[in-house]
Structures are given as C-alpha cells and as structure tokens.
Design a protein around this ligand. Structure first.
Ligand code: IMP
Length: 183
C-alpha cells in the first residue's frame, strides 16, 4: 500500500517512514497547500484540512497538525504555534515566560488519515519550557522544550531519541497500531 503524507516538511516524512515502512507501507511526500482554519483545537484544524483535501486527492493520504501548549499562557500558542514560531520564534515564548515559575507545557500532535473515511490519532508529551535555549538539533520550539524525566531539551537529542518520546512519535505509533489491525 502507498500512503501520501501531505506536508511541506521532509523531516516529518522521514519520521513517519520509520513507523510505517516496517508494516510494508510506502510513505511518500505530497506537497499540497490546504487551508488551515482558525479553530480552538488541533483536531478541528486537521479534520477540516482532510475533508478539503479528500475532494482533491484521489489516493489515501494523511497529514499532521501539531502545537505547543504552555500552561502559564493558558495553552498559548497551541493552534497558533506555526504562526507564533514564524513571527516571535521561541525567543518570544521565553520572553512571555520571563519571571514565571510555572513552566509546564506539552506538545500535541494530531494525525488525520483519509482512507475513504476519516481517522484521527493523537499523541502528547509533557515537559517544561527552559529559561534559555539549548541544543542545535530538531526544529521549531525544540531548543526550549525539555520533556519530563530527561535532562536534555528536544534540540539536544538525536532524532531517534526524540521520536521515542515525542508527541508525533506517539501519534505515529497509534496510527501504525491501527494500520496493523485494520489493513
Ligand atoms: P505544524 O504541525 O507543522 O503546523 O506545526 C506547528 C508548529 O508547532 C511548528 O511550526 C513548530 O513551531 C511547532 N512544533 C510542532 N512540532 C514540533 C516539534 O516536534 N518540535 C518543535 N516544535 C514543533
């Protein structure tokens, strides 16, 4: 079976391959711009994107929508993470949290798959926002996110280390499990 991953991020495709190729699924990147609506949850954003794409793409596909949710900011940037990263960067988050002692945050990822019907898979990872950036791997908010139980930020971990515990890794794991049971 071939499954298109609708994304502009080749790094995400590499991650997905690690989970899905062992099942005999060929994952390939499909660059296809789709509308990301303003909504309260990642699930709504992902679902709208999939339904819009389902009218335009004939083969089975999936996409991923993720975000960083900071407790002291009542979940901000959340569904606005991509925009906030583009405009303020992780430095903006550090600035907003200056002097704040509650640094808890989580990443969440929603994978939405279209195989003639819609299926959603989610994954989260709890952690905290550091007071300064550390590490040079990864992307986005990785340098300022330290998962619980680890001394390193995501940006100080190898891709394999990060995948094992990350929100996207967990969502991909749930997706792979479903594929194993339903293919
Ligand atoms: P999207 O799912 O590509 O729209 O991701 C939204 C934004 O969340 C990205 O631009 C990143 O800034 C941030 N983000 C999502 N996943 C990660 C991650 O694994 N590490 C760091 N930042 C992430």
């Amino acid at each position: 079976m071939r499954l298109a991953f609708v994304t502009s991020n080749p790094g995400k495709v590499e991650e997905a391959k690690k989970y899905l190729e062992p099942l005999g699924i060929e994952v390939y990147q499909l660059r296809f711009e789709y509308p990301e609506i303003q909504a309260d949850t990642l699930e709504e954003v992902a679902e709208y994107g999939v339904m819009w794409l389902a009218e335009r793409i004939k083969e089975p596909f999936f996409l991923d929508d993720s975000g960083l949710f900071v407790d002291a900011l009542r979940g901000f940037p959340g569904v606005y993470s991509a925009y906030v990263y583009r405009t303020l960067g992780y430095q903006g988050i550090l600035k907003l949290l200056e002097g704040e002692t509650n640094r808890r945050a989580h990443f969440k990822s929603v994978i939405a798959c279209w195989v003639g019907e819609l299926h959603l898979f989610t994954g989260t990872v709890e952690g905290e926002i550091t007071t300064e950036p550390r590490g040079r791997f990864g992307f986005g908010f990785d340098p300022v996110f330290k998962p619980h139980g680890f001394d390193k930020t995501f940006a100080e971990m190898t891709t394999e280390e990060k995948n094992r515990i990350s929100h996207r890794g967990r969502a991909l794991e749930a997706f792979a499990q479903w594929l194993r049971e339903n293919l």
